[in-house]
Design a protein around this ligand. Structure first.
Ligand code: MG
Length: 203
């Protein structure tokens, strides 16, 4: 399986990092070794001193597809979760300055903690979902999927023109504003609506 992540899908987040609002979706990949499951702790890596959290709604692809029409995209996922797109902001900044890929800044081991998944039928409409992240008990990010620049079905349709989607693939749908650094000892807790879905201690 693969992990496809969307960059700059919320205007306020694009602004906070000084990026223009994109005309087409921006995406990048993380390897499957980035996944961190079952609320396991995240070990702060020695190659960065500026790891940031980015909280994102995650879609699990339920069947293989290519050239998916936007109107059919919703039939390609049944389950929704939440994840953290951990980013080594210092490595990313260096890569950006040189016009180099973000692979190391985004794809390192355990850079993708994910929750368990819920059937979409048990959640409010995907285009009207609220989610948030608490850092040490204080809410630091709040997202509303209705604010996405490119809604999920548009993303799936666009992506599938280039990359075949397979059952089990994960799509991180972009982070709202409020990203920031983590330190050893921090506790991150991610919620969809009022359901605590994911807990991740930084060690
Ligand atoms: Mg992200």
């Amino acid at each position: 399986m693969k992990i496809i992540c969307i960059g700059r899908n919320y205007r306020e987040h694009a602004r906070e990092l000084g990026n223009p609002v994109p005309e087409d979706p921006i995406f990048f990949l993380k390897p499957d070794t980035a996944i961190l499951r079952r609320n396991r702790p995240f070990l702060y890596p020695d190659f960065s001193s500026d790891i940031h959290y980015e909280t994102e709604i995650v879609i699990k692809i339920s069947k293989n597809g290519k050239h998916i029409e936007p109107a059919h995209a919703h039939t390609y996922y049944d389950e929704i979760g939440i994840g953290i797109d951990f980013t080594a902001r210092d490595l990313q900044q260096k890569a950006r300055e040189k016009g180099l890929p973000w692979a190391l800044a985004k794809g390192f081991d355990h850079a993708a903690p994910i929750s368990s998944f819920k059937a979409k039928t048990n959640l409010p409409d995907l285009e009207r979902l609220h989610f948030h992240l608490d850092l040490n008990g204080k809410t630091v990010q709040h997202g509303f999927t209705g604010d996405m620049i490119f809604p999920v079905d548009t993303l799936i349709s666009y992506l599938s023109r280039f990359i075949t989607l397979r059952k089990g693939d994960l799509v991180f749908t972009g982070t709202p504003s409020g990203v920031g650094p983590v330190s050893k000892g921090d506790m991150l807790e991610a919620f969809i609506e009022d359901n605590k879905m994911l807990k991740c201690e930084v060690k």
